[in-house]
Design a protein around this ligand. Sequence first.
Ligand SMILES: *Cc1c(COP(=O)(O)O)cnc(C)c1O
Length: 415
Amino acid sequence: MTQTDHPQQDFTHYLTSHPTHEGFFGEYGGAYLPPALAEVMNEIRDAYNTISRSARFISELRSIRTHFQGRPTPTYHAERLSKRLGAAQIYLKREDLNHTGAHKLNHCMGEALLATYMGKKKLIAETGAGQHGVALATAAAYFGLECDIHMGVVDIEKQAPNVARMKLLGARVVPVEEGLGTLKEAVDSCFGAYLEDPQTQMYCIGSVVGPHPFPVMVRDFQHVVGIEAREQFLDMTGILPDIVTASVGGGSNAMGIFSGFLADPSELHGVEPLGRGTERGDHAASMTYGSAGVLHGFNSYLLQDDDGSPQPVYSVASGLDYPSVGPEHAYLRDAGRVAYHAVDDAAAIEAFYLLSRVEGIIPALESSHAVAHAIRLSREEPELPRSILVNLSGRGDKDMDYVIEKYGFGDEHFA
Ligand SMILES: *Cc1c(COP(=O)(O)O)cnc(C)c1O
């Protein structure tokens, strides 16, 4: 299996040929782990490769998606927002309408189903915005499994409603005090807990990050978003979107929707958080400002200091503040297939207000970054009648109180 890193690469058979058996997308990905953990990951890889292809697993997952999650989620033409901005037509893939209010349940139900096939008793994970924790706690409740969620103390405070949800769903929330008390430290803590008992526990990573097989597994479970969106968009318009865009934290909602369009002529735009600005510690735009490096068991673009240690990161969207990014994104960027752009807090907040008031949809702050990118594209070339499909990865109820307290109701945007 060879691949070439140039823009003319043919993506027709890409999904079945990437990553390699060892989990490499070009030089990115892999599994850089202590031997004990490497063995466990190989076990998960082998189980995933056989179980996920069985007819029984596939039909069970399909049934869960339909009857429990409420899939397919709609694709929606945001006509009023489009008209307000220019000639571009903006469409939204409504993952905010997925059960639990975000795309994350797509991979959590898949991971949890795999865990039951492997005979595991407990699901463990880290969470940032709390969305992955809620999704995994939901999956654990559905399958009758125990659940431990590791969460930074700063995020626990910022995301109180999600903490309450996890507890209601029967999960144990493990507070992580180290460092900045956000997502990165929660990942470290969860890795530690996993090493103590990898036999009865299953570590369910919340994005297309971590050691192989998680980046490919989470991508495959999110692929349904791209398959649905492509079919729905064709149904609605008869053509393919000119641009498909999604926010990129670890990169799972983006890989989900992008994977449906890789072999098409549509442009793919990933949107990273620029936070307060370009200074070290003020953003989490790892593709824009990072360089290749290993963190949490995989090689990818990483915001790192000269000694290779990860930099502190920040974004108004807790789900985006991670110093690395899924290895497949690093590969697709180098291959020239996906372009990455950065959107700052202010633009994301404006998009949050606009979508709420103009369309009646309150978006998650993470998703607001992708909406802000579509808004910017439309304003930049207001005469250009192109179509932009945005993955609206989640709903904003979790962010509402925070936004109102810090920024108000956004009336200044509607004067
Ligand atoms: C977690 C989250 C994200 C970021 O995670 P990805 O893996 O990059 O998709 C984006 N949007 C929402 C709503 C989230 O909860």
